[in-house]
Write a protein that binds this ligand. Sequence first.
Ligand code: SF4
Length: 351
Amino acid sequence: MVDWKKELRNKITTLEQLDKKIVLSEKEKNEIKTVLEKFRMSITPYYVNLIDKNNPNCPIKKMVVPSIEELTEPIFKPNLVEEKKAEPVKGVRRRYPDRALIIPSYFCPNYCRFCFRKFWVGGVEENLTQEEIDNAIRFIKNDTSLREIIITGGEPLALNEKILEYILSELRKISHIEIIRIGTRIPVVLPSRITKKLARKLSKYSPLYIITHFNHPKEITKESKKACDILADKGLPLLNQTVLLKGVNSTVDVLKELFLKLLMLRVKPYYLLHCIDTMGSHHFVTKVALGAELLRKLQGYISGLALPMYVVPTYHGKIPITHNYILKYDNGVYTFENYKGDVFEFVEPKE
Ligand code: SF4
């Protein structure tokens, strides 16, 4: 059995280590060296082995190996005033009336090159102190309008187990907190971390939803399937967020394969997130219209269970974007377009 702690200790963080694992041209090596002066790299040994050594355009490689394009000036700059406004106490983010995030750590074992939290992740690997965790829990306890808490990061499932259990058990003591979610990429990048023991512990805090982060069908392996099975077998509902990434998963065929395979893993595709042009992610960003068009091409051709909602994350909340299926409305008569492009009328009853 693979020891996940050993995997963590053996993360690939230098060009020399990476060079021993995959084939890199001299040009790539020079470019990676330049990028590493600005942004750090971290890849788990498991994930590096998913890279297709013979394919310079391997989607897995694009997601974790630094590219010189990361140095392109981004359009979006983190707005520190907005960030501050959304952080009532350290470690808590709130943009919606009934939900809040708790971010106990910004540590991630595998840095995604497109990460929209790159400003923090892969920068300071700072964990909340015990006092800060208690302040965050107190804030949540005192605000009875909150009913759902999302534990995110960074990587919550890479936290010390005692700290994770402490947070979960304290949240469960709060009567107005009905739902807890954990946002995690661990089943994708470090599946050995998902043990039966961990799943047993997590299942004590039900209803606890696990939000995974698969972006490409190549990330679905026997190891990641096993990780999802362990969680699902313990009754933990699994949903997935995919980031739409140019050159990685921005085609109908790739998304179709991904969403259908996720369903077979008992993971419901939940969100397709538009990639934000933030630090170093410019080259992954698609047009907003592309996401809506990709889902339009899938709608009706694959099960509705497999279809996520396409959203643009903004400082003003997530904005759902969809193809406009209503062509016209006139005095109780809609003109609809269906998934095949057929146009027809639908009459609604008069009040
Ligand atoms: S797992 Fe999430 S938080 Fe961590 S680097 Fe990737 S996108 Fe960022």
